[in-house]
Ligand binder design. Structure first.
Ligand code: SF4
Length: 240
């Protein structure tokens, strides 16, 4: 199954996703530091757990300084619903320290990143241990409208089902290929719509396969729902 990530095909998929789900706008763009911390909390965990952990974090601590200076144990306790609490507590504190040191030592801000080239801003963020391409690009895309597209598990899975990237692509490769292929003006919207589709219908194990508009792009529908392969045989070995 040949990859087809031509601009027109991506724009058609985007339009059909829009027709099914409508424009998605659930990211908080106002406070970039808050968005970055929430994105760290969201690593490898469901949205409901992220929301609970974020609510605890911003209720339990008055400001970013308190979060940075808290003991790892207290911080981990607060963000426990997000999973890996000690690891994420350390990531959050490293991130706040890096932001404070980049500024005037008293403020926490990400605004200096907006003055850098996208690639330099991405590299600056990824220098912080625990911040990878996905976390960095969520901030850059949503807060600064940078030309980078975050590739989370939903985006990666559905992009493979839609033949936008090879089945064999790693997350890093998926990030690279989708960032090249998806036009800047729809990166943000396309990303959020794929997540919406992944959460509501195109789940990893039991996709509903009811959204008729999207079936026509889908290799899984072609080969499993409408073909001879069992779900366990998908993706076919030859296509991986
Ligand atoms: S047909 Fe099924 S597997 Fe394919 S995109 Fe739709 S929900 Fe996902």
């Amino acid at each position: 199954m040949e990859v087809d990530n031509s601009e027109q095909r991506i724009r058609n998929i985007h339009q059909d996703l829009l027709d099914v789900y409508g424009e998605q706008n659930w990211h908080d763009n106002d406070d970039g530091v808050r968005q970055l911390l929430i994105t760290i909390l969201s690593q490898n965990v469901a949205d409901t757990n992220t929301a609970r952990a974020a609510e605890n974090l911003f209720n339990d601590f008055e400001n970013y300084r308190e979060i940075e200076e808290a003991s790892v144990e207290d911080l981990a306790d607060s963000i426990n619903p997000a999973g890996l609490p000690e690891t994420k507590a350390e990531r959050i504190q490293r991130t706040l320290k890096a932001l404070r040191e980049e500024g005037d030592q008293s403020e926490y801000s990400v605004e200096f990143l907006g003055e850098m080239e996208d690639s330099d801003a991405q590299a600056w963020l990824e220098e912080i241990k625990g911040i990878g391409p996905k976390t960095a690009s969520v901030l850059l895309n949503f807060h600064f409208d940078a030309d980078v597209m975050p590739v989370d598990t939903h985006v990666e899975r559905i992009s493979k089902r839609f033949r936008l990237i090879p089945f064999s692509a790693s997350n890093g490769k998926a990030h690279e290929l989708l960032n090249e292929a998806v036009p800047h003006d729809i990166k943000n919207s396309f990303h959020m719509l794929l997540i919406e589709h992944g959460k509501n219908n195109c789940t990893a194990r039991n996709p509903t396969c009811e959204e008729t508009k999207l079936k026509k792009y889908c290799t899984r529908y072609e080969l499993v729902e409408n073909g001879d392969l069992s779900p366990e045989q998908y993706p076919p070995e030859a296509s991986k």
